[in-house]
Design a binder for this molecule. Structure first.
Ligand code: FAD
Length: 444
């Protein structure tokens, strides 16, 4: 048995972990008593955990199978990571079309969570860049799924949390870029109303936008923070020192957190110092930023999750509709900041239209993701937040979640029954299962 956890390191499970390198080995590693696929374990909670059951790690199933340099269409095994793709294709002028806030995720993991980036309103979710995939089903059959063939399986696999089968290969479209730099701009907002107005305004002029809230601002300054907007920089606009190497790719992280910090390290005083530093760094962004600073600021420190200590942390991410969004966000932030917990790193963005995938998380509205080191009352706060988000007509992201219950999940995701029909069709015996799947009622 191997003890596994998600990125939050707050939930753990002992499982039989297999790490196959070929299709035949993956087939052989499926345990019909209960199996879940795992990528690089960047989901925060228990999505890739299966207590006392089988976990199939896809990290070694990572070969490229075909690439068309004219269209940027890449076919690869599902364990290929976005970091691999950037390392190997960015120097040739190709970048992932849609990327979450870390590049240490597999293509399979991006599909299973239908991940979103900082430009969801323009680009949609990861499903928007996937042309086709092959899926190993519980029957042992390998089927092709795309918009015309097995379309029900194709759409249900996005946001399906690995519970329909193992994605073996995928054909994804990459984005043509002239440089690996971003033209960027930071705008300070003095309170929540100004913050949302700034996000709304820049939505029309810049594809990428993201805000960070000062977690110590309360009262009339609640929601104060910095919005950073940006777009891919063209070669011609780069300053000379960057233009010399316009498609620069960075290496592995140079810093690391070597062990779990003692819990006292993160306290109100230390978070206050870090929060002020983050606000300052965000507000003083240079005009051009490298993709690692723009998309992946946390990837620069390996194992940064250890800084949250032995009990780990959780990230709470929700989306609520634009209508009445200001009042609802105000109330939710007030609940978060007055709970006596230690909310810390956070990201506020706008989402555009939902994808066709029944369990895909993003839908039109404001989305906030915020970290909490685990303390005695964290679970109780998450429950209160779940109720408030549901009441606002919103939903919580499974890729980050650790606490949602089946009744609340069903109320947040009204297309659950359509998804369960697909599950019954392709996995009637319930072979694919996980701690998260059982918790929220997607698996037995
Ligand atoms: C710092 C940080 C920033 C993040 N930012 C964002 C963000 O901006 N937007 C966003 O959407 N997410 C974000 N995430 C979450 C992350 O993108 C997702 O959780 C992603 O799914 C993790 O990929 P993974 O390869 O690590 O998969 P894992 O975490 O190992 O697994 C995630 C899910 O994918 C399934 N899965 C993995 N491989 C396969 C496969 N081959 N076939 C079928 N199912 C499979 C697993 O069963 C599990 O349900 C962030 C995470 C971190 C740590």
């Amino acid at each position: 048995m191997t003890r596994l956890s998600g990125w939050g390191a707050n939930l753990h499970a002992d499982s039989v972990l297999k790490e196959p390198e070929s299709e035949a080995q993956i087939k052989a590693s499926i345990d019909r008593a209960g199996t879940i696929a795992r990528g690089l374990g960047r989901s925060y909670g228990d999505a890739a955990l299966n207590a006392h059951g089988r976990v199939v790690g896809l990290g070694r199933f990572d070969r490229y199978l075909a690439f068309d340099d004219a269209t940027g269409t890449l076919t690869c095994e599902s364990g290929v990571s976005l970091a691999d793709i950037i390392r190997d294709f960015a120097p040739r002028g190709w970048f992932p079309m849609i990327t979450p806030g870390t590049k240490f995720v597999t293509v399979g993991g991006c599909i299973a969570n239908d991940v979103h980036g900082k430009a969801h309103h323009v680009q949609g979710c990861f499903s928007a860049c996937v042309e086709t995939m092959t899926v190993l089903l519980a029957s042992g059959d390998i089927v092709t799924a795309n918009r015309t063939e097995n379309a029900d399986l194709f759409w249900a696999t996005f946001g399906g949390m690995g519970l329909l089968g193992v994605v073996l290969t995928a054909t994804v479209r990459l984005r043509k870029v002239e440089t690996t730099y971003f033209r960027q701009k930071a705008i300070r907002a003095g309170g929540l109303e100004a913050m949302l107005a700034t996000l709304d305004e820049y939505d029309r002029t810049f594809p990428y936008s993201v805000a960070t809230i000062d977690v110590f601002a309360t009262g009339s300054r609640l929601g104060r923070g910095v919005v950073v907007v940006g777009d891919h920089a063209n070669r011609g606009e780069l300053p000379a020192r960057l233009a010399a190497n316009p498609l620069r790719v960075s290496g592995p992280p140079r810093l690391t957190v070597p062990f779990r910090f003692p819990e006292i390290t993160l306290n109100r005083a230390s978070i206050r110092v870090l929060d002020a530093a983050i606000q300052r760094i965000q507000a003083r962004k240079p005009s051009f930023g490298h993709y690692d600073d723009f998309f992946y600021p946390l990837d620069g420190i390996a194992h940064w999750n250890r800084a949250y200590g032995r009990r780990g942390f959780t990230q709470y991410q929700f989306v609520i509709p634009f209508a009445d969004g200001l009042r609802r966000l105000h109330d939710t932030l007030t609940a978060i900041f007055s709970a006596g917990e230690l909310p810390f790193l956070n990201v506020l963005k706008r989402f555009g239209r939902a994808s066709e995938a029944p369990l895909s998380f993003p839908r039109e509205g404001y989305t906030l993701a915020i970290d909490f080191p685990i303390r005695t009352n964290t679970a109780a706060l998450m429950k209160r937040l779940d109720a408030a988000v549901l009441d606002a007509g919103g939903r919580v992201y499974l890729g980050k979640d650790s606490y949602l219950d089946a009744i609340t999940f069903r109320a947040m995701y009204p297309q659950i029954d359509a998804w369960l029909e697909v599950k019954a069709k392709y996995d009637p015996q319930g072979v694919f299962t996980s701690n998260l799947g059982r918790r929220v009622g997607l698996a037995r």
